[in-house]
Design a protein around this ligand. Structure first.
Ligand SMILES: [Zn+2]
Length: 121
């Protein structure tokens, strides 16, 4: 299954594939033959940095997991772990630990996501 989003190989911005690119990727991953309408663009332009992205590789899913793929799972694990630790250490009710865990989770993801965004300027 191809991802609905991919990461710009130049600036690491998370971008959403067009419906066509997603479907083509799905067809390609199943190995089925298909008929395309019109010519496919060789390159697409990244809306964040303006660099050309190889459309064939994007459709194939080469850029799907490039970085960032591990950020969300890592953040969730850290957030849940931190939430449990906070509620245990400070003897807080479970919901306080949950809130703290979510705050840590989102700040972790925000922190790890930042270098990709700041390079845009
Ligand atoms: Zn870019």
């Amino acid at each position: 299954m191809p991802s609905e989003t991919f990461f710009c190989p130049n600036c690491r911005a998370r971008l959403t594939k067009s419906a066509q690119a997603y479907v083509l990727g799905e067809i390609a991953s199943s190995g089925a033959r298909y008929i395309g309408l019109g010519n496919r663009a060789e390159h697409v332009t990244c809306p964040a940095c303006g660099q050309a992205i190889d459309a064939q590789r994007m459709v194939r899913g080469d850029y799907d997991g490039a970085k960032g793929g591990w950020i969300a799972p890592l953040g969730i694990v850290l957030g849940i772990g931190a939430g449990i630790a906070v509620s245990y250490v400070f003897a807080l009710p479970w919901w306080a630990g949950l809130i703290a865990g979510l705050l840590i989770l989102f700040s972790t993801i925000g922190y790890l996501d930042n270098p990709a965004r700041s390079r845009r300027a």
